[in-house]
Write a protein that binds this ligand. Structure first.
Ligand code: F6R
Length: 357
């Protein structure tokens, strides 16, 4: 139930820190070791390459999951849009493991791929919020995201939960392969959960940003690099699906290769600058758009922030910055939709689970 909340979406955004803590509990045993069935562990470790298949927001979680898996565990990962993979399958490795990421577990495009994958005899793992769902039943293995029912059409807590589970898998994979990683997913996730809570408490700031940047805008650009690039794609999707503002997430370095032509006086440009190693680069990209009249809004992280930044995240591990930086983007989208008079929980033309191709 919504309780005192005006919308499910706002409630579900606020639940995110608790969902992460819940996942931490569910995925740890009594000795604080990662709890994973031997079958799943061996499927993950015997695969020479992981193929993540998903749609929409779950695809965006997969993009982040790939980064963490490759960087922490040294395991090659490809991420594919289900509807593309279905009719344009890339070359596969010798021993692939397919990972389906789906909040509902019912997405028809993903199911289509799963059917083909099983026919070809490849193993499949589903990461889902609904364990009894089709994708869960038809895959060999299931991992639960434990986010609780997600009612709002726009996915929020399922996305952060998916990334949290993927980061735990990455750390487990690193241990299994004897890789000496300094990434302690368990410890870092609990820090991230606290940081998410700090941002959930900054609703007035996010509402003001929505008013200042988005109430009169027909379009908005989101830019980021590295991990932030994946999160701006998700930020743009959130904004367009509930506020109907045309929004796109770009890699900061790509702007000058075309998109910068669209920048006009007052165009809102929301930049994520949480990644230390590309901080100067994204700041440079911001200067380029500001010189052409853009109205910049910067979400950065303590340590490499500037006094003029609109949102500053508490410090978290760079791999988990997406879990935290998406919170202000979700809230800004929520308030933009609310004040533009949109039906936040039930945006036009959209269904919660897309069970037709
Ligand atoms: C966006 C959104 C959709 C879903 C997509 C996949 O907020 O909710 O993009 O993420 O339809 O759905 P699942 O994860 O249920 O397979």
């Amino acid at each position: 139930e919504k309780g005192t909340y005006t919308h499910y979406m706002l409630k579900e955004i606020d639940e995110q820190p608790f969902v992460i803590r819940n996942i931490l509990q569910k995925y740890q045993d009594d000795h604080n070791e990662i709890k994973l069935s031997d079958d799943i562990r061996s499927a993950l470790n015997s695969a020479d390459r992981l193929y993540i298949i998903a749609a929409g927001t779950s695809y965006h979680a997969g993009l982040v999951g790939k980064e963490i898996m490759e960087k922490a565990a040294g395991k090659p990962v490809e991420v594919h849009i289900a509807s593309e993979f279905l009719y344009n399958q890339p070359l596969l490795s010798q021993n692939p493991l397919f990972i389906f990421i789906s909040q509902s577990g019912e997405t028809a495009d993903s199911r289509g791929v799963l059917v083909n994958v099983k026919e070809a005899g490849h193993p499949a793992l589903t990461i889902t919020n609904v364990p009894g769902s089709t994708l869960s039943r038809e895959a060999d293995f299931t991992l639960h995201t434990y986010a609780g029912p997600e009612i709002a059409v726009a996915s929020t807590k399922a996305y952060t939960a998916q990334m949290a589970v993927l980061s735990i898998l990455a750390m487990d994979g690193a241990h299994a392969r004897g890789i000496d990683t300094d990434f302690d997913a368990i410890h870092e996730l609990s820090i991230a959960a606290n940081a998410m809570e700090v941002l959930c408490d900054q609703k007035d700031n996010m509402e003001q940003i929505a008013r200042d940047y988005l109430l009169e805008s027909r379009n908005a650009f989101f830019i980021g690099r590295s991990f932030d690039y994946h999160v701006v794609q998700e930020g743009a999707l959130k904004l367009k699906e509930i506020s109907y503002i045309q929004a796109e997430g770009f890699a900061g370095g790509e702007l000058k290769h075309g998109t910068i032509a669209l920048i006009e006086e007052g165009t809102p440009v929301i930049a994520l600058a949480t990644q230390e190693n590309v901080n100067l680069n994204i700041r440079g990209n911001l200067q380029e758009v500001v010189a052409r009249g853009a109205n910049p809004c910067v979400v950065s992280m303590e340590g490499s922030h500037r006094d003029t930044d609109q949102v500053v995240l508490p410090p978290v591990h760079s791999y988990l910055a997406p879990l935290v930086s998406v919170v202000p983007l979700q809230l800004i989208s929520y308030y933009a939709a609310l004040h533009r008079g949109c039906d936040v929980d039930k945006p036009r033309n959209l269904a919660k689970s897309v069970t037709v191709e």
